[in-house]
Design a protein around this ligand. Structure first.
Ligand code: SF4
Length: 428
């Protein structure tokens, strides 16, 4: 048994809903309510039901995201982790992360988490300005961040990640530079920088046209400044929004970007297993009820074709500085990428992409417009497919595709599990 998998556990509870948040989470519940204990019981049952599928894997990353796992309480997180250890093969050197909000966890709880095997925390800092934090609906101050960070170190955590956001209301370049400086000064191993996205359905959506929001040019400048300044502090960019000291790249999130398998538990979580993607409904109470009754709880499932997987290869790997390679693409999918290459050469001339040691990747300037570039590359991939599918070649392609599919199929997808892709702290 050598197949590795990442486990995602969604914790859909927050103390209070943030003004910009569109992740699936409920606010207003605490440990004294019955919903959190009932949810924990459902997740434990779900893991138990899934143990036959887990048996075929080595678990090398576990990620508790949300929501706010720290609001759920250390004891409940530990119970779930223990269950995973009993029902799956969690490797000793597995990366085990919990998302934590500053001020929402005590030093004693952090010690308990560390002793139970958690070895990485992702802390939602967002910015250093307390009035901005308040306007965003965050329940902490920057002093809480500093204290939680200090407690985490004292508890023995040697792998800490800090999340910050740029493009916040009233945030100018100077304020962003101060956030970057103070946050980098904490000397965490990993920093994620996300741009504020104003999504429909959030409280902030009513202010989407506010003159207090930095415009696109200012945001672009903030991003490029972050890439530059973080490099000076020793943080290497390895993904559009993620920066790490060497060796501290998030193992778990790399699975999403490298197209590796992951299994989720909890409402709204996603899974990718054996060429299938599936997800659960965004409904905690429905999840608890259906798990309790042993019902099928998948909301959406989809078997990925080889061509779709090839598209995801371009889409996800180009988010990373690892990038893509022609040989790798051909060896996995038996597809040529001549049309894609034509575009990449064009991007290279525009300083949007670089070719280095056999691999293509975007530059920071390219990352800024990566959605557009990836869209163009996917179109090029489709055009290429249309061309190679001319009748005289169809048979060969079908034969090759068949073989590739067969080679990848042995792991059957467990279609009653599945959850959300990543926790809120690490999603851009
Ligand atoms: S941003 Fe995070 S802490 Fe805030 S409501 Fe959303 S999930 Fe909860």
């Amino acid at each position: 048994m050598e197949k590795k998998v990442g486990i995602y556990v969604h914790i859909p509870f927050c103390k209070k809903k943030c003004a910009y948040c569109n992740f699936y989470s409920l606010s207003g519940y605490d440990g004294g309510d019955t919903l959190m204990p009932a949810y924990k019981t459902a997740v434990l049952k779900h893991i138990e039901e899934y143990s036959a599928q887990l048996d075929g894997y080595l678990i090398d990353s576990v990620y508790f995201g949300g929501g706010t796992p720290s609001h759920f309480g250390a004891s409940r997180l530990i119970e779930i982790l223990e269950k995973l250890k009993r029902n799956g093969h969690v490797l000793l050197d597995s990366e085990i992360t919990a998302e934590v909000n500053p001020g929402s966890i005590t030093k004693e709880e952090l010690v308990k988490l560390r002793r139970a095997g958690f070895n990485r925390l992702s802390i939602g800092v967002q910015c250093i300005d307390n009035s901005t934090l308040k306007n965003l609906g965050r329940t902490h101050t920057f002093a809480d961040t500093e204290e939680t960070f200090k407690f985490a170190r004292q508890a023995g955590f040697k792998n800490l990640s800090l999340d910050i956001i740029y493009g916040l209301p009233s945030q100018d370049r100077e304020a962003w530079a101060q956030t970057l400086g103070r946050v980098a000064g904490l000397k965490a191993e990993h920093i994620s920088c996300y741009s504020l996205k104003i999504e429909e359905g959030t409280q902030l959506f009513d202010y989407k046209d506010s003159p207090f929001l930095p415009d696109a040019d200012v945001q672009a400048g903030m991003y490029l400044y972050a890439v530059d300044i973080l490099a000076r502090f020793g943080y290497r960019q390895y993904e559009i929004s993620n920066f790490a000291r060497r060796g501290y790249e998030s193992k778990h999130n790399m699975k999403y970007w490298l197209g590796e398998e992951y299994i989720g538990f909890g409402p709204a979580a996603h899974s990718y297993v054996g060429q299938c993607r599936y997800s659960f409904t965004e409904d905690v109470e429905g999840y608890i009820e259906q798990i309790g009754q042993g019902k099928r709880i998948v909301e959406h499932d989809e078997e990925m074709s080889d061509f779709e997987n090839a598209g995801e290869y371009l889409m996800f790997r180009l988010r990373t500085t690892h990038g893509i390679s022609e040989e790798e693409y051909y060896s996995i999918y038996r597809l040529k990428m001549d049309f894609v290459l034509e575009l990449l050469y064009k991007y290279e001339k525009q300083n949007l992409a670089v070719f280095n040691e056999g691999r293509w990747r975007f530059t920071p300037k390219g990352f800024l417009v990566s959605n557009k570039l990836i869209g163009e590359l996917l179109d090029a991939q489709t055009r290429q497919r249309t061309q190679i599918s001319k009748p005289w070649k169809t048979e060969t392609i079908a034969e090759e595709t068949q073989m590739t599919l067969f080679d990848k199929r042995p792991v059957a997808a467990g279609l009653f599990g599945g959850r959300r892709l990543v926790g809120h702290n690490e999603l851009s």
